[in-house]
Design a protein around this ligand. Structure first.
Ligand code: C5P
Length: 232
């Protein structure tokens, strides 16, 4: 499985994202495009970043009835993204429909990963707001297992959960982990963090890194530091 650093390009406009990507002359980072940029700029932003030679993780977290998700995934697949995602809470049928929609006539498709429980959802909110009484770790692993049963490629999870996801779903089921910070960097609003080196140690397959790279004085140097700690 390709270990890689995915740069979360949480920018509000095409202008901002291109001025950031222009700093990279010698490498083409794997880029995550989230809802803010996608809703601001539309699908053209995906085509433009792709045309510059970057791989793209389109982070839109789909969650709807299976038929709608299937048709929407077919549209995203035609955009030629490399990875996209959905909420495992949409059920196994929704995830299976998503795979169908994503699969191109030649049998290829982008990687599809599931969000289990958002890291903003803690045990108390899950119990009180969602009326899910089981321990959150068990729910996360159950949703990861459902994603595997539906044929997905992996889950987004905290680096702290990556080892357990692999133990539950196998080493080939990939873990994409945000919440990464340098040992000497700002934690910001992330609560449970790991360094790129620790994420590698615990078995993350991809790390998603935003502000430690995008807000760095030298983003290219910060990206290279992530790659050397995580991939080498
Ligand atoms: O700037 P930072 O490194 O915190 O960015 C992390 C990225 O990963 C953001 O795009 C954030 O939305 C995303 N993410 C996260 N935690 C999750 C899921 C996604 O931080 N559980």
């Amino acid at each position: 499985m390709g270990k890689d650093v995915i740069v979360a390009c949480d920018f509000a406009s095409a202008e901002q994202v291109f001025s950031f990507l222009d700093k990279f002359q010698d490498e083409k980072p794997f880029v995550k495009i989230g809802m803010e940029l996608f809703y601001a700029e539309g699908p053209e932003i995906v085509r433009q970043i792709k045309a510059r030679g970057h791989k793209i993780f389109l982070d839109l977290k789909l969650h709807d009835i299976p038929n709608t998700v299937k048709k929407s995934m077919a549209v995203l697949s035609r955009l030629d993204v490399d990875m996209t995602n959905l909420h495992a809470a949409g059920t196994i049928s929704m995830m299976e429909a998503a795979i169908e929609g994503l699969t191109r006539p030649d049998g290829t498709r982008p990687m599809l990963i599931a969000v289990t429980q958002l890291t903003s959802t803690d045990q108390e909110r899950m119990t009180n707001d969602l009326l899910i009484n089981r321990p959150i770790d068990e729910v996360v692993m159950h949703y990861a297992h459902n994603a595997k049963v539906a044929g997905l490629d992996g889950v987004v999870c905290s680096p702290l959960e990556a080892g357990k996801v692999h133990a539950t779903c196998g080493d080939n089921f990939c873990t994409v982990t945000p919440g990464v910070r340098f040992a000497d960097g700002d934690v910001g609003d992330q609560k449970r963090v790991m360094t790129p080196a620790q994420a590698k140690e615990i078995g993350s397959d991809y790390i998603v890194v935003g502000r430690p790279i995008t807000a760095a004085a030298d983003p290219v140097a910060a990206y290279r530091r992530c790659v050397s700690e995580f991939c080498d």
